[in-house]
Design a protein around this ligand. Structure first.
Ligand SMILES: [Zn+2]
Length: 171
């Protein structure tokens, strides 16, 4: 084989191209990771009570489309709401910290993705599941629809006058 050797300039250009492709690929990976993190953060906010409130606002009474029963469950995960932790957390004793963490703990509905072959994490393909406790039938609700409902509800609550009793509520 008689391969022609590249000139110094050709070699430089080739390496520069490879370098730029590598940088672009890394930027793309970082961009995707940030986007995925934001999607998960958006999805990890629905409380089971909000999910049931959404369902009850549809066309009650809600019944299983297979067996007709009306007892449902939804898978949940628990998380500590950091904004509900006391500011002086580090000054508390171990037991007090444990109590504070328990008080700040909240339940969230877990979600699942119906992805295509690419396995791409897509917000529009995220669903909150609802199981029938009698026959096990599974219903999936599009997360983007529920989150939009939640957003509009929160906006409406924010714009209406706040009830002074709410502010006194001891949680
Ligand atoms: Zn059922």
């Amino acid at each position: 084989m008689n391969t022609k050797k590249p000139s110094d300039d050709e070699l430089k250009e080739f390496l520069l191209k490879m370098y730029l492709e590598e940088v672009q690929a890394e930027e793309e990976i970082a961009r995707k990771a940030k986007e995925h993190k934001e999607i998960h953060e958006t999805l990890r906010k629905l409380a089971p009570t909000e999910f049931y409130e959404y369902l009850s606002e549809q066309n009650p009474p809600i019944r299983c489309s297979i067996c007709g029963n009306s007892k449902f469950s939804t898978p949940t995960t628990s998380t500590v709401d950091r904004s509900k932790l006391p500011a002086n957390m580090s000054e508390l004793t171990k037991d007090e910290q444990k109590l504070a963490r328990e008080a700040a703990r909240r339940l969230l509905v877990t979600y699942t993705f119906l992805t295509d072959m690419s396995g791409e994490v897509d917000y529009k393909k995220a669903y909150y599941p609802l199981h029938c406790r009698t026959c096990g039938h599974l219903d999936l609700f599009r997360a983007s629809v529920i989150n939009l409902w939640k957003e509009q509800k929160e906006k409406a609550e924010f714009s209406s006058e706040s009830d002074p009793m709410d502010e006194c509520e001891d949680e």
